[in-house]
Design a protein around this ligand. Sequence first.
Ligand code: ZN
Length: 282
Amino acid sequence: MAQSLLGQMKEFLTKKGWLSTRPLFVTIDGDGFIYRSGFDHRSVGELIYDEILCVYPYCFTASFIAGEMEKYPAEFDVDLVREILALENVEAASHSWSHPHDWVSEDVDIEQETTHSVRYIEQRLLPQGKKVKLFLWTGKCNPTEQALAAVDRLGIGNLNGCNPFVPWVWVGKSLQFSARAYDDWHYMDLGRLIRETGGSSVYSFLKGYHGRLDGFSRIITFYHDHPDLPVHVYFHWYSAVRRESLDALKKVLDWCSDQGCRPVFASDYVTDLRASITRVSR
Ligand SMILES: [Zn+2]
C-alpha cells in the first residue's frame, strides 16, 4: 500500500468539500486473530490486511491479545502483525494479555493484563517510533477502578463497553470511554446462535454453521438513525472466517465512503473527548 494513501485521500476529499464533520473510527477487536479463513487458504489476518486495511483509506485501531503470542506460537503470525502495525493508517491497541471475561474477578492480574500486555506488544510487534495508543476492554468490559488507573498510568486511552449513547462514565477517579456502536458479534447474533447450536467455540461455530452471517451490514441503519454519534465501526478479526461476513464489513465501510466521514484514529477521538471533559469540569 502506498504510504501516503490516507493523506492523499483526505486532501482530495477536503478539496472537493466532501469531507463531512462526522468522525469515523474503526476498531478491530483482538478476538480470533489466530483463526484461518473458512473459504480461503489465508489466515483471517491476511484477509483483513489485503481486503480491508490496504484498501480503505481510514484510520484503523488494530488490537491483539498479547498472551496469544506465547500460547499459540504456531498460529499467531508475528510477521503479519508487524506488517499490519507498520501501515501508516493503523495504530496499535492492546486487547489485554488473556482476555478476562469479568474484570471484577479476583483472578484478574491487572498489571499483567494492562501494563505487561502493552509493553509486550511495543517490544515485540511495533516498529520503532510507534507506541500502543489504546486499551480495548474485553469480555463484559467492566474494568475496575484499579484496572482503569493502571491504563491511565500508561498514558494511553481506553475504549469499549458502556452504552453507545453515553460517551463515558466515571469509575472512581478514572474515565471509561464507551464504544459508540454495536459490534459484528451483536449484529450477527452470535451469542444466541452459538448457544442454540451448542457450539463449543466461536471458531467451530463460524466454520460449521450453514446459515448466512452477513448481519453486520444492518448497522448502517443505526449509523443513519443516529447522525449525532460518531461512526464507530467495531468488528473482530473473526469476521473474515466467512466470506459473507467479510463482505458485510466491506458494505459498511463502503457506506462510510459514500457519507464522506472524517477518518480519525480512535485514540485521537478519546484524547479529544477527554480534553473536552476536563475543560468542562474545570
Ligand atoms: Zn474481545
